[in-house]
Design a protein around this ligand. Structure first.
Ligand code: PLP
Length: 362
């Protein structure tokens, strides 16, 4: 087999090699059915067992919380930005948002299209290079929910702890750090994530929510945009993205094999520390973008002295087999996305490359 790239793509992103190989082995003949899982009915027993298994694994990894449902939807996390206020924002209520960067802002803008909103906290003044202190979050008079973004993929910031909103549902976009570390799902009314960063291929959006929150949706909403449609049909109201859900189930198995969320967290901390130590020890040659206390373990953002030098870095890295190190087009700079499936070996290779680059250009 040809050499795998050092893949630091932000999303779609690296998948575990073991998972790709397993999928390859059963690609043409899925468990003796004589067809690929992509070719079979989503109403049949074979597909449904995979579908249900993926839901069960998800809940098991989260400690089997009482009263939560797992939904597999489409339209990406971006469609959730709209569905959340459509389903949960009632008359006389405000949709509350913590503004931490590009993704939080996109979510907030969708809510503004639907109804009344309130900014509960913001780090815009800080150029979104930090996460607000939990004590700075201030809810409106009649909040429908509080929405947060656990990891800002573009800026490279991440919550280290989550706010306690008591009876107000806490809703979290976990697209870029879901299942990367242990957390208490019971604190949340709902979490959601596009699959393409930490869970599998693009095309599936995972929603995990308290049954009570999603059991009823406003009657005027179109069928596909109501959570209760998907709850009462076990995410099989229409044809689900079956291959993607199968891949997620395989990724979840792999996470179990890595020691669950605890194991993933240790592995992710190790990878992120390698890179941050390199940056911090470079005497200013590399400069981390995010405030130290808010740094993400998933997206390591950094800069060099000039854009010129950054271009040179990217070009040289590509020649050495590194992929995806260019920062998001909206902020520039450099970014190494190191989700669950990015191997430690890739991070070590990147550190070696960074050392070498500094020696020759520093
Ligand atoms: C990538 C990303 C999204 C967008 O997801 P889509 O599935 O492309 O809609 C939303 N939020 C965060 C935090 C992301 O990283």
């Amino acid at each position: 087999m040809s050499k795998r790239a050092y893949n630091f793509n932000a999303g779609p992103a690296a998948l575990p090699l073991e998972v790709l190989k397993r999928a390859q082995a059963e690609f043409v003949d899925f468990r003796g059915t004589g067809m690929s899982i992509m070719e079979m009915s989503h109403r049949g027993a074979v597909y449904e067992s995979v579908h249900n298994e993926a839901q069960e694994r998800f809940l098991a990894l989260l400690g089997n919380p009482e009263g939560y449902k797992v939904l597999f939807l489409q339209g990406g996390a971006s469609t959730q930005f709209a569905m959340i206020p459509m389903n949960f924002l009632g008359q006389g209520q405000q949709a509350n948002y913590v503004m931490t960067g590009s993704w939080a802002t996109k979510a907030y803008k969708e809510a503004k299209l639907i109804g009344e909103t309130h900014i509960a906290a913001s780090t815009e003044e800080d150029n979104y290079m930090s996460i607000p202190k939990l004590s700075d979050i201030s809810l409106s008079d009649n909040p429908a929910y509080l929405h947060i973004t656990s990891n800002e993929t573009i800026g490279g910031t991440q919550y280290k702890e989550f706010p306690d909103t008591a009876s107000v549902p806490l809703i979290c976009d976990m697209s870029s750090d879901i299942l990367s570390r242990p957390f208490d799902i019971n604190q949340f009314g709902m979490i959601y994530a596009g699959a393409q960063k930490n869970l599998g291929p693009s095309g599936v959006t995972v929603v995990i929510a308290k049954e009570g929150l999603i059991a009823d949706s406003p009657k005027h909403l179109p069928t596909m945009l109501r959570y209760n449609t998907h709850v009462s049909n076990n995410s099989l109201y229409n044809t689900p993205p079956s291959f993607g859900i199968y891949m997620i189930n395989e990724v979840l198995k792999w996470i179990e094999e890595q020691g669950g969320l605890e194991g993933m967290h240790n592995y992710n901390r190790k990878k992120a520390s390698l890179l941050y130590n390199m940056i911090d020890g470079s005497e200013g040659f590399y400069r981390g973008c995010a405030d130290e206390a808010s740094r993400s373990d998933m997206n390591v953002t950094f800069r060099l002295a000039s854009e010129e030098l950054e271009k040179e870095f990217i070009k040289a890295s590509e020649q050495e087999g590194f992929v995806g190190l260019k920062g998001h087009r909206s902020v520039g700079g450099l970014r190494a996305s190191i989700y669950n499936a990015a191997p430690l070996e890739s991070c070590q290779a990147l550190v070696d490359f960074m050392k070498h680059f500094k020696q020759t250009r520093g």
